[in-house]
Design a protein around this ligand. Structure first.
Ligand SMILES: Nc1nc2c(ncn2[C@@H]2O[C@H](COP(=O)(O)OP(=O)(O)O)[C@@H](O)[C@H]2O)c(=O)[nH]1
Ligand SMILES: [Mg+2]
Length: 393
């Protein structure tokens, strides 16, 4: 094939692989540019003789991961790239990748070399034989090791989460939180619409969602240290996991993110009252600070400051927990996010107070009016900040 400018001489293009596709390997990525070429090489070596494709699902990484994938894909059509704009999340990326292939078997793997592609061949054989519905690589099975990983803290956290996971799913696996598995595409697609796609525990999500229990084959793995770049999922593994569980069981009644947002908001109320108390007793209580303000001015100023403290507290907590998958980082983005959050909150407050006032004038009991105002304000706050603070649009 010759390429001159944008012109491609197709007559000399290499023949596509005409064997039917057997296996698709889905690799979700966020800032993994340096890990792409080496991973494709390793997969190629590991799967000689098998018709495979790899699908990178990249959430528009600022380091140019998607461009790097396309560069390699130009020369190797078995490599594909889904570039998602304005989206974040490992689980949803894995689901979309698995739904984007015609291969009868799909595997999901980390792109950072922590998972060894050499296991894929055995995993495929196990499921292809019809004896198993799912093959996965375990960090904690007999014969596995996490020594190279060098993160005893996370080994501990995973161990704890695994215990709860086994209890609630009723499936006894040594590592239900593993991110490396292979499954027939049919099984996945049959239930894809019921998967929650929240958090990072896609395997657990699948196990908890399917109606007929899957026959699972476990492969011990040596969980390596990541090759290049840094982990995105560091601090909040256990938290993510609990959120995943909530989402599975109650998420349909009150959406998970809204529940988190509401919980943080309720904590904010406590913070505001506490801050107001501290300000009135310890700061504004001192005469020279306030000069000769009247009592109500003192109260209003103290309360405004307390509200700001609470709002900042809410912003930080939402950034760390509610939107941990879209967390704003760095001084500029955090400051901008905080300001946008402040605007969203003031609009929420207007809705809150305004709707309560309207309800009261039409004769609704004031308690009901106030509670309705709070709920409407919260929904409005949530909608605005999801869209403008932690969303892309
Ligand atoms: N598409 C996508 N991939 C992600 C996201 N977060 C993490 N990943 C990828 O998921 C894999 C595992 O993430 P990593 O940060 O290594 O998590 P850890 O191994 O648990 O520390 C890597 O290939 C990441 O690039 C995300 O928000 N979107
Ligand atoms: Mg990793």
């Amino acid at each position: 094939m010759t390429i001159t400018g944008t012109h491609i001489a197709l007559d000399t293009a290499p023949q596509a692989d005409l064997r039917p596709l057997e296996l698709a390997i889905v690799l979700p990525t966020y800032n993994e540019r340096k890990n792409i070429a080496t991973m494709v090489e390793r997969i190629d070596k590991a799967l000689a003789g098998i018709a495979w494709e790899v699908i990178y699902v990249d959430d528009n990484s600022p380091d140019g991961t998607a461009d790097e994938v396309r560069r390699i894909a130009q020369e190797d059509t078995r490599v594909r790239c889904i570039q998602r704009i304005g989206r974040r999340g490992l689980a949803s990326a894995a689901i979309e990748g698995m739904c984007a292939t015609s291969a009868p078997f799909v595997a999901v793997m980390d792109a950072d070399h922590q998972h060894d592609p050499a296991l894929l061949r055995g995993m495929l054989a196990a499921v292809n034989s019809g004896e198993y519905d799912l093959a996965y690589a375990s960090r904690f099975a007999e014969g596995a090791s996490t020594e190279e990983w060098g993160r005893p803290d996370r080994v501990k956290a995973s161990g704890f989460a695994n215990k709860i996971a086994n209890k609630v799913t009723g499936v006894e696996l040594t590592d239900p939180m593993s991110g490396f598995f292979l499954i027939p595409a049919k099984i996945l697609r049959a239930d894809a619409h019921r998967l929650s796609g929240v958090g990072f525990k896609i395997l657990l999500d699948i196990l908890a969602t399917v109606d007929t229990p899957l026959r699972v084959k476990e492969f011990p793995m040596n969980f390596a240290a990541r090759a290049e770049g840094e982990s995105k999922l560091d601090q909040t593994v256990v938290f993510e996991f609990l959120v995943g569980l909530y989402d599975k069981w109650l998420g349909r009644i009150i959406p998970t993110r809204f529940a988190l947002f509401g919980t943080v908001g309720a904590m904010g109320v406590v913070v505001q009252v506490a801050a107001l108390w501290v300000l009135l007793h310890f700061v504004f209580g001192v005469r020279f600070v306030i000069g000769n303000w009247s009592e109500s001015t003192t109260f209003n100023v103290a309360n405004a400051i307390a509200a700001l403290v609470a709002m900042t507290f809410n912003f930080v907590l939402n950034n760390e927990l509610t939107y941990s998958d879209k967390r704003l980082r760095g001084f500029g983005p955090v400051l901008r996010g905080w300001a946008q959050f402040a605007v969203a909150c003031s609009l929420g407050l207007l809705t809150n107070v305004g709707s309560a006032a309207v309800l009261k004038t039409i004769g609704i009991h004031s308690a009901i009016a106030v509670v309705t105002g709070i709920v409407l304000g919260a929904v409005w706050n949530f909608a605005l900040s999801s869209k403008f603070v932690w969303g892309k649009y």
